[in-house]
Design a protein around this ligand. Structure first.
Ligand SMILES: [Zn+2]
Length: 264
């Protein structure tokens, strides 16, 4: 094997974001690793070897993964995986299942690869905390909005909800303009010269801003009135669509299951 870059063996905790069969007996898994962010790995013989991968490669699963990573190769090799937790509570309830699938799809498409350790640990802790919040809760539209917002923030897409994105002044007043392409709210003066901004109540921005600060285990208890829920759904979804440019396969399912009406 002359000329091949030397491999590095890594043992890390990981969440399975996606898992697809490959060829006769292999599987390709998309992992969110605690040591370095998102990583794609080939699990050779995964569908035959119950010894190396005993029921571990389903999505949501929290693993201890033994990986072989080779410089210059896009795909790592998953040598072995031990199940830490399978988040059983997510699999027995359609609303929890749909919301968890939706957040994992967002992470699978947006989480960066080769993250520095501290950033990877933070993102991994976020993902685990979000799955736990769903597993413990009774997900409805409110939790969907708040966790979608938090997931976007966790991958670096955080809307500005306090200060004007053009001039930096704090926003005030009963209603406020939110400019999706510019990524945040506008003060009254700047809002006059902005076309296509959403008009929202200040209370909605305050509630969403609070959701960005809270511990994940407390999100479900955050009060969100009917107006804030409707406006929040609109803001978060428009922001997500514009800044990610993604068509998420699980979006229609989660919207149908969790929302009376799908957000704009
Ligand atoms: Zn301004």
């Amino acid at each position: 094997m002359k000329g091949r870059a030397p491999g590095v063996r890594i043992v890390t905790e990981a969440l399975v974001l996606r898992s697809v069969d490959f060829g006769e007996s292999d599987r390709i898994v998309h992992l969110l690793t605690r040591s370095g962010g998102r990583l794609t790995a080939m699990a050779k013989g995964a569908r035959r070897s119950t010894k190396r991968f005993p029921g571990t490669l389903d999505f949501f699963n929290h693993l201890k993964a033994h990986l072989q990573v080779r410089g210059g190769q896009a795909m790592a090799r998953l040598e072995q995986a031990v199940l830490v937790s399978s988040f059983e509570a997510l699999r027995v309830d359609p609303s929890r299942f749909a919301l968890a699938v939706y957040l994992l799809e967002l992470l699978d498409r947006l989480a960066p690869e080769r993250l520095p350790r501290a950033d990877a640990e933070r993102l991994f802790a976020f993902a685990g905390g979000a799955l736990q919040a769903i597993a413990r809760g009774r997900p409805g539209r409110r939790l969907q909005i708040l966790l979608e917002l938090r997931t976007l923030a966790a991958v670096g897409l955080r809307p500005e909800l306090r200060s004007c994105v053009r001039c930096g002044r704090p926003v005030e007043g009963g209603t406020v303009a939110f400019h999706v392409p510019e990524g945040g709210c506008l003060c009254a003066a700047c809002g006059l010269r902005a076309e296509g901004a959403l008009t929202l109540h200040l209370g909605t921005l305050r509630a969403l801003d609070q959701a960005l600060q809270l511990g994940l285990d407390r999100l479900e208890r955050l009060a969100l009135g009917e107006v804030a829920e409707r406006e929040g759904a609109l803001l978060v979804r428009r922001f997500q669509r514009f800044h990610t440019g993604l068509e998420l396969r699980s979006e229609p399912v989660v919207d149908r299951l969790l929302a009376a009406r799908p957000p704009g």
